[in-house]
Design a protein around this ligand. Sequence first.
Ligand SMILES: NC(=O)c1ccc[n+]([C@@H]2O[C@H](COP(=O)([O-])OP(=O)(O)OC[C@H]3O[C@@H](n4cnc5c(N)ncnc54)[C@H](O)[C@@H]3O)[C@@H](O)[C@H]2O)c1
Length: 261
Amino acid sequence: MADRLQNKVALITGSGSKYGIGRAAAILFALEGAKVVVADINEEASKSVVKEIRDAGGTAIQIPTDVTQVSQVKRMVNGTVRTFGRIDILANTAANYRDMSIVKMQEKDFHEIIDVCLNGTFYCTKYAVAHMINIAKSEANEGKPVTCRKIIHFTSGAGLRGNPGQANYSAAKAGIIGLTKSNAKEFARYNITVNAISPFALTPLTDLMPNDLKETFGHRVPLGRWGDPEKDIAPVALFLASKDSNYITGQVIIASGGLDI
Ligand SMILES: NC(=O)c1ccc[n+]([C@@H]2O[C@H](COP(=O)([O-])OP(=O)(O)OC[C@H]3O[C@@H](n4cnc5c(N)ncnc54)[C@H](O)[C@@H]3O)[C@@H](O)[C@H]2O)c1
């Protein structure tokens, strides 16, 4: 075990994934000493992630959460604070796709993806940051240095450059970039940094793509391969969660092997 996140409390949505980015971040954060809350709609996969962390000697609990349901988001945030006392790091990883041409896209196909990706990120941030701000104010009132706390959003190349067939997902992920910059300016006075990662990696989400499209994308990456959630993306999240990035806020870090150059 290493100690870059020793005694930190990390709440990670979308971390109950079989081999995705949230899972990789949860495991890496725990190996670096964080107490981790695995919050995902997929209870079975979340259970496995918690077991994996505990088997490796780390600390984790599961709080089943659908990020589109405000009551569940409040329960997730309150459960984290009740169990571990505070929230130092929030990573908003939960997302879903429903790709189709805009002509075929029904209103519900648009709204449901906006709901998971954009509204879910808003709800989790709104309720978690209230606790972060309260603790920052208490530290300041007691004359202590205010700890740098961290929020990490997940955007996408779809949000940066648009993708055909992804009007819903692209709009949500572009919205997350605006949320990142607005949140960064609003929370800076409490020493809370807010950054976004735009990743590119083989995960259950990207495995929904047809194989020929996956291959085409892989060939377009200047570094010549798809990213790996554990080796290529979770370390970027660790950097943004650690004190090494305390002077970085409002940025989109693109970890896509050069795909977005
Ligand atoms: N993999 C990539 O190449 C790529 C590219 C761009 C952006 N992203 C972003 O990275 C993040 C992680 O995605 P991933 O690729 O690891 O996929 P993933 O499928 O492994 O992770 C998404 C997780 O979100 C969970 N989830 C879905 N709906 C939910 C809800 N309503 N409430 C709570 N949890 C819910 C899923 O159960 C899953 O565990 C996402 O925000 C995604 O948009 C990924």
